[in-house]
Design a protein around this ligand. Structure first.
Ligand code: F6R
Length: 240
């Protein structure tokens, strides 16, 4: 795994945005795998700025997001669809029809997940996948446990994830208890993966991910098996 340690959050954001910009310029019809959460917000702001400065064209880009709470409606300001529209899609010239976020209103989540997996395949896989990492080592919402699931699936969120995400909701009771998420094999279909991390709270998970073992109780450790992964993190996440 290639590791890039940046001074701080802003440098991490600019570095990750630089990699995405390069991908978009080199292959204007790229399929980008995107993540939500606090970590990539600054990266999206850099991409929007590059677009406004005339450096980027999203018109042929397709996106596939990692995950979405379940159940949740797209107009809920805590939904990941809302997040993506707000931080990126509404601010660049992407065709909204080419943006894909798991559907938090799906009536039959299992059927939805099977279709999402087919969608990823029909796009020829993701060219560049952005990941964040949970304090507990989750990627997407592949949570620590005895087993990991390969394909897109409906999952229960762990108490630690519900607690970590409560900061975005009025109260912890409002945090959805489940999510739709790409599985490990879905993520591994990406040709290249960038995992981002910022802040001391991510240090333990990053240290485990860079350690020698692969453990289902720290799902990010499995990224060691992918041939093209870059960690872009700040000093706090790297050094603790
Ligand atoms: C979000 C996602 C999650 C987050 C992780 C870190 O789409 O897949 O795995 O990347 O929970 O979240 P933040 O960045 O808010 O610390």
């Amino acid at each position: 795994m290639k590791v890039i340690v940046c001074k701080n959050y802003d440098e991490m954001s600019a570095t990750a945005a630089g990699e995405l910009s390069k991908q978009i310029c080199e292959k204007p019809d790229s399929v980008l795998g995107l993540a939500t959460g606090s970590t990539p917000e600054g990266m999206y702001a850099c991409l929007v700025k590059d677009y406004q400065d005339g450096k980027l064209d999203f018109s042929k880009i397709t996106t596939v997001n990692l995950d979405e709470y379940y159940p949740i409606t797209p107009d809920n300001d805590q939904s990941y669809r809302y997040f993506m529209n707000y931080h990126l899609f509404s601010k660049v010239n992407i065709n909204l029809a080419n943006t894909n976020v798991p559907d938090g209103t799906a009536k039959d989540p299992d059927a939805f997940c099977a279709d999402y997996e087919k969608l990823i395949d029909s796009l020829g896989g993701v060219d560049l996948q952005i990941l964040g990492i949970g304090q507990n080592g989750h990627i997407g919402f592949n949570e620590p446990g005895d087993i990991l699931y390969p394909n897109t699936h409906l999952t229960d969120l762990t108490d630690s994830t519900i607690k970590a995400n409560a900061r975005f909701f009025d109260s912890i009771d409002d945090v959805p208890k489940q999510a739709l998420t790409m599985g490990i094999a879905s993520i591994f279909k990406a040709k290249r993966i960038i995992i981002m991390a910022s802040g001391k709270s991510k240090h333990d998970a990053i240290a485990k991910m860079l350690g020698e073992t692969i453990e289902t109780k720290c799902p990010a450790t499995i990224l060691k098996l992918h041939p093209n992964v870059t960690l872009i993190c700040d000093e706090d996440a790297y050094n603790g």
